[in-house]
Design a protein around this ligand. Structure first.
Ligand code: AMP
Ligand code: TRP
Length: 342
């Protein structure tokens, strides 16, 4: 399923989204949100709070509204400029749902069945999970393609969904004789912290849904909690590694070094060189201090935004109008290509 990426006659455009499920965490921040900030100065950027994705698993309606504002607050607190970028809520722009239906009819069952995130989330219980959870990657493709977005900054766990979005785009272009209509979106995955792991178990990714609070740093954690969680993070009894090969063999340590590198905006190589042979009694407090230094201002700004939600709501409403202005003509053209009566 390959179609050459068209040479861009259209503007290059960023799209990304975060689900308003509880416990937005350090993985979301380092793997995605923090990386959005410099990108907005390179390309036109659209950042979405994907509430339609969130309801693929049960959500408490009262909390969903608050969590939607919380993700918007995290975007703004991290440094996304709502004048420059578009910040909005997915369910406020109907093009997402409309295009998702069309793409549900383009995507193949076999492609969806291969999605590892669905398999992980459904587990043994695929009879009981929602149909929406299965169709989720087609909705994600619609999010991106509704804006003809060309670049999608995400954590590594979304790579397979991006490949599916490219396959869906190519199949649509091919089936409806519309060569180059949908661009094939490129994932932008960071070098460090693209997959932040669980602080208690280096074999699992840090996740919003883990019941163990010590497993993750929430963006709403205060300084003491952040310090405590890093100090309790699982490591081993050896000193800090001296080489990258040694680091790779120690997943929990690799994770902490990756977090340090991403927070300090350096590389894992540089962190290994700086701490080679040191004890965790030295490294962990340094990591905790660095995390507090970098996250405390984000945390404080998030609280300010949450306390003044009229401001957030205004940004989200204006964002939805601007998003709709881009998506509506693309959806109209898509419907024409499909042969819908208008
Ligand atoms: P989600 O919370 O699933 O909506 O994820 C929002 C963004 O955060 C996506 O770009 C994910 O790839 C990214 N992300 C989620 N968990 C992690 C993690 N543990 N490490 C790095 N990035 C992550
Ligand atoms: N599925 C993504 C996640 O869970 C969130 C998402 C939805 C997204 N739509 C998107 C990310 C479009 C990038 C582009 O992390």
């Amino acid at each position: 399923m390959s179609e050459e990426q068209e040479k861009p006659k259209r503007p290059q455009r960023i799209f990304s989204g975060v689900q308003p499920t509880a416990n937005i965490h350090l993985g979301n921040y380092l793997g995605a949100i923090k990386r959005f900030v410099p990108l907005q100065y390179e390309m036109e950027s659209i950042f979405c709070v994907v509430d339609m994705h969130a309801i693929t698993v049960p959500q408490d309606p009262k909390k969903l509204v608050l969590q939607t504002r919380e993700v918007a607050a995290a975007y703004l607190a991290a440094g996304i400029d709502p004048e420059k970028s578009i910040v909005f809520v997915q369910s406020n722009v109907s093009a997402h749902a409309e295009l998702a239906w069309i793409l549900n009819c383009v995507a193949r069952m076999g492609w969806m069945e291969r999605m590892t995130q669905f398999k992980d989330k459904a587990g043994e219980n695929s009879e009981r999970v929602s149909l929406g959870l299965f169709a989720y990657p087609a909705l994600m493709a619609a999010d991106i393609l509704a804006y003809h977005a060309t670049h999608v900054p995400v954590g590594e766990d979304q790579k397979q969904h991006l490949e599916l979005a490219r396959d869906v785009a190519a199949k649509f272009n091919n089936d409806f004789k519309a060569k180059g209509f949908f661009p094939l979106p490129e994932p932008l995955i960071g070098k460090e912290a693209a997959r932040v792991m669980n602080l208690q178990d280096g074999s699992k990714k840090m996740s919003k849904s883990d019941p163990a609070e010590l497993s993750r740093i929430n963006l709403t954690d205060d300084a003491d909690t952040i310090s405590k969680k890093f100090k309790k993070a699982r490591t081993d009894q050896f000193p800090m590694p001296e080489t990258m090969d040694e680091l790779k063999a120690r997943p929990e340590v690799d994770n902490l070094v990756g977090i340090y590198a991403a927070l300090a905006e350096t590389t894992k190589e540089a962190v290994v060189a700086e701490f080679a042979g040191a004890g965790f009694g030295l490294f962990k407090p340094k990591l905790a201090d660095l995390a507090v230094e970098k996250l405390a201002p984000v945390n404080a700004k998030m609280r300010d935004y949450m306390d003044n939600h009229d401001h957030i709501d205004k940004i989200l409403r204006e964002g939805a109008e601007r998003a709709n202005a881009i998506a509506a003509p693309i959806l109209k053209k898509t419907k024409e290509l499909v042969g819908f009566f208008s």
